[in-house]
Design a binder for this molecule. Sequence first.
Ligand code: SAH
Ligand code: SF4
Ligand code: F3S
Length: 445
Amino acid sequence: MSQEAKKHLTYYVLTYGCQMNVYDSEILAALMENEGYLPAAVPEDADIVIFNTCCIRDNADQKVYGRLGDFKKRRETNANFVLAVAGCLAQKDKEGILQRFPQIDIVLGTHQVRRLPELIKQVLVKRQALACVGRVGDHLDMPARPLSAFQAKIPISVGCNQWCTYCIVPYVRGPLKSRPLPLIKAEAQRLAAEGWREIMLLGQNVNDYGHDLEEDIDFATVLRELKGIPGLDRLRFTSPHPAYFTDRVIEAMADNPSVCEHVHLPLQSGDDEILRKMKRGYTGDEFLQLTAKLRQAIPNLGITTDIIVGYANESEEQFENTLRVVEEAQFDSAFMFAYSERPGTPGALAAAQVPEEVRMERLYKLIAKQNAISEAKHRTRLKQVTEVLAEGPSKKEKGRYTGRTRQNWLVHFPCEKDLTGSLVRVELEEAYMWGFVGKMLEVVG
Ligand code: SAH
Ligand code: SF4
Ligand code: F3S
């Protein structure tokens, strides 16, 4: 195809899954822009549609597979139409996706992101489906091009060496690979200079950073190196593994004023036997001790978590232990999931599994408990005046803005002006399970 014709082709990236996927989508978009493709407003209008997928639970797979059906007949009306499936589900199901969905042109594995433009060119010429799923390679040398209006993401590592027995991530993202520290620092300095006030450091287990490098550095070194970067108001990270949360890391957090007063600390279960089966490397009590230590070191700390119910024949009593730890931990909020067997993981091989309806019953019970804790905790913060980073107008309510405090509490506040990316001071006036409604006092900058 001529360069001229290609210039008019448009693309759309549909993103599923975690923040790492959101980051990968930013890289995919940058690759497309570099080639002269233009962004489409909606996937239905795009010549090239890229699904960046997740496979963490079966419902994540089904979401993608369901939506792929919408693009079944697009080639009939658009000869240039290209459908690419990237991300974790592509890595998991590989060429099999092409057999199941003939409308797909490209399957792009998690290690092959940078090859997308080249594969699109091949497909446009030859009209032959391609799968590129080799497990070696990364795109950690590529500069970040944030698409979010308020936050820049920087991966500090990819992959994971933990092999928690329920989890498919190490299979589809490969082993831990840490990014060189000078590169992370240079990215943070550049992004802050470009005006990003909030940076999110990404890794499946950020606390494992550096273990694969020759230098003697760890995640605490990263937090220390990123201290004092002009313009960097907020530094966040996700996720730290509780078993690797050293005092060095806690001290480095407390010592860097940019580091937000928030940790996302995945509990997964409160039962020691289930935690052992999950290979998590801590007990319920050790987890609680860590939360106490963190709260002691960092005043007004927000703690959020992830919890799985119904893993590996979990008994009612074991589930009750999770409820007990949740009660004691007093999380600000939690992502809660019913266990989903992932093919090839040890958890899926267990002879007996908790029946689906019991998993759901436990999930609802846990959600009800956590919601009550969240609301009660939020109520204790009423009248606080706090700093909020404005993320954008609320999608649900006109005339309202939404943003987050440093503790990651969600705040809605009435505002007609465009404040996206600004820091504002807000008084918390109403408390709900999901967060707060507040009154904006002033724009800080
Ligand atoms: N690397 C991160 C996030 C992993 S995926 C971490 O370790 O914290 C995000 C969450 O999905 C996990 O924390 C876990 O709670 C949940 N999860 C992972 N595998 C799952 C499965 N098979 N079924 C249900 N939930 C799962
Ligand atoms: Fe999965 Fe565990 Fe690695 Fe997180 S730390 S990505 S839950 S294997
Ligand atoms: Fe999903 Fe892959 Fe992230 S499985 S949660 S998109 S690492």
